[in-house]
Design a protein around this ligand. Structure first.
Ligand SMILES: Nc1ncnc2c1ncn2[C@@H]1O[C@H](COP(=O)(O)OP(=O)(O)OP(=O)(O)O)[C@@H](O)[C@H]1O
Length: 270
């Protein structure tokens, strides 16, 4: 369990079974440099339950990555409360978070298998068990037969699949993705959206995904948080009640368009 408030970081939580995995209340983050202060995140409140797929969408600079870093335990927040896990579901950010970034950031001298195994090596997990799991994950992300290749031998989309496998190797409770498909061409991105939904469905893990794309936010999410910049704040957080499993043709449906319109309205896009 990880609990922190602005006044008492890491105070024990009073969570009980059935409560949300993540509870944020009025979360706030201010970056400080000498005498300057910059409000990067404010008024962010949401409950995220186990197995949710939450998309964070908003314009550049609205604090999406900052929020992800707070969830990953990389940044402290300055106001509000954040509780992850509970007494019966202890959450350790060093062990229970898997991260995927916009670029796959694979080590070019390690094979794909060894790249996937990196977090397991760092955490000192059993090598044999981790290697077996790495092969299973490579199968799951569609990279069967690529274990012994080096990163340069894979396309951008394939490298990002390897990065997703790496994020899952230590069986994290929470998977955080920062614009994971932002560097891919439009068609590969759509295919990767479908792949990610399949992987999320198979792992039944909790995913939080940052995206600039309103369509992607609606397509991927069971829930969506819309953030705005200047001033930083959360404009809305809502469930996306669209049929699952999702298919690309859903994007042509009125009900999909209604969610997209709702986000355009919140962001003030005409
Ligand atoms: N370490 C830092 N020190 C000072 N200001 C920062 C720092 N990191 C981010 N910021 C500022 O905080 C605001 C939010 O940044 P953040 O990276 O969270 O936004 P974002 O929504 O993820 O943006 P983008 O979509 O462009 O990646 C920005 O104005 C940014 O300049």
């Amino acid at each position: 369990m990880m609990t922190s408030t602005s006044e008492t970081p890491l105070r024990p939580a009073q969570a009980s079974p059935g409560e949300a995995l993540i509870q944020m209340r009025q979360l706030r983050k201010v970056y400080r440099k000498r005498n300057e202060e910059f409000l990067a995140v404010s008024d962010v409140s949401m409950d995220i339950h186990e197995g949710d797929m939450v998309s964070l969408v908003g314009p550049s600079g609205c604090g999406k990555s900052t929020l992800l870093k707070i969830l990953a335990g990389l940044h402290e927040h300055d106001g509000g409360t954040l509780q992850i896990g509970g007494p019966n579901n202890v959450f350790n950010p060093g062990r229970d978070v898997g991260m995927v970034f916009q670029q796959p950031v694979l080590l070019k001298w390690r094979t794909i298998l060894d790249n996937v195994l990196l977090p397991a090596d760092i955490l000192g997990l059993n090598k044999k068990a981790a290697t077996a799991r790495a092969h299973e994950l490579l199968d799951m992300v569609g990279l069967t037969g690529f274990a012994d290749k080096l990163p340069y031998e894979l396309s951008g989309g394939m490298q990002q699949r390897a990065a997703i496998a790496r994020a899952l190797i230590h069986d994290p409770k929470l998977v955080l993705m920062d614009e994971p498909f932002g560097a891919l061409d439009a068609l590969t991105r759509e295919k990767m959206n479908l792949e990610m939904l399949r992987i999320w469905g198979e792992t039944k893990k909790t995913f939080v995904v940052v995206t600039h794309s309103i369509q992607e936010a609606v397509f991927l999410g069971t829930h969506c948080a819309v953030l705005t910049a200047g001033p930083a704040r959360m404009a809305d957080f809502f469930a996306i009640d669209l049929p699952t499993p999702r298919h690309l043709l859903l994007k042509t449906q009125n009900e999909f368009g209604e969610y997209v319109r709702r986000i355009y309205d919140l962001l003030g896009v005409d």
